[in-house]
Ligand binder design. Structure first.
Ligand SMILES: C[S@@+](CC[C@H](N)C(=O)[O-])C[C@H]1O[C@@H](n2cnc3c(N)ncnc32)[C@H](O)[C@@H]1O
Length: 223
């Protein structure tokens, strides 16, 4: 039987659209002392590699992404997917918790100052689809990683955090991510939260956070 089409977009599609807009708006690093003269993005949870492929396409030829995961199975799946798309050359796969992303990026790219220079950082939380759910993201490390990501993001850049609550600790993680986003300064961040208020179980939430240009430097002053 054919699946019935729905009109409202999936949260993943909305996240991808928001991130694509950040790239279209050219919220890109400009080059200069230690600053990468190419677009840079971070996949905070590599998983099966769908976001890594998306980000690798967004940064384009000459751009670079770092994709983090704690599981070798996830990195292997991501590597295969990127290789099949001919995009592996644009990606550094990092077996490390995303909470260590600043340390790991400094280790991998010692000549680059990436703080405030990253165009997009995507989190897709929960467990590796198809796995036994033994390894999942967790509120304390997720919040530490979101803090790190907020320091790395460029003005005009977009951070997305897609939360799934259908696993142990999922509801706690959802509350923590929502509280984290609510604490961002409205002068510095535009934040959206999209969820499914009519779902009591297994709800998903998407947090989108755009780092704003300082007053007087947006609009015409945008890169
Ligand atoms: C829902 S999956 C990600 C899906 C992925 N974005 C994709 O496009 O297929 C969540 C992933 O987070 C990983 N993970 C769990 N804890 C992590 C951590 N502290 N740092 C980085 N990744 C983590 C899991 O191993 C799992 O692969």
């Amino acid at each position: 039987m054919r699946e019935r089409a729905v009109s409202l977009p999936a949260l993943t599609e909305i996240a991808h659209r928001a991130v694509a807009r950040a790239f279209e708006a050219r919220a890109l690093p400009k080059g200069g002392d230690g600053v990468p003269a190419f677009p840079f993005a971070v996949g905070a949870t590599a998983g099966n590699g769908y976001d890594a492929v998306f980000l690798a396409r967004q940064v384009g030829e000459g751009g670079l992404i770092a994709a983090f995961d704690v599981q070798e199975a996830a990195l292997a799946a991501t590597r295969d997917r990127l290789a099949a798309e001919g995009l592996l050359g644009r990606v550094r796969l990092v077996r490390s918790g995303h909470e260590h992303m600043e340390r790991e990026l400094a280790r991998l790219f010692p000549a680059l100052e990436l703080r405030g220079k990253v165009t997009a950082i995507m989190f897709n939380l929960g467990f590796l689809p198809g796995s036994d759910k033994a390894v999942t993201t967790a509120a304390p490390t997720t919040v530490a990683a979101l803090d790190a990501a907020s320091r790395l993001l460029a003005c005009g850049g977009v951070l997305s955090a897609h939360v799934y609550t259908g696993h142990r600790g999922g509801m706690e993680e959802d509350r923590a991510v929502l509280a984290w986003s609510a604490a961002l300064s409205p002068e510095e961040w535009r934040v959206l939260s999209l969820s499914q208020p009519n779902k009591a179980r297994n709800l998903e939430r998407l947090i989108l956070a755009e780092r704003l240009f300082p007053k007087g430097k947006g609009g015409a002053g945008r890169p």
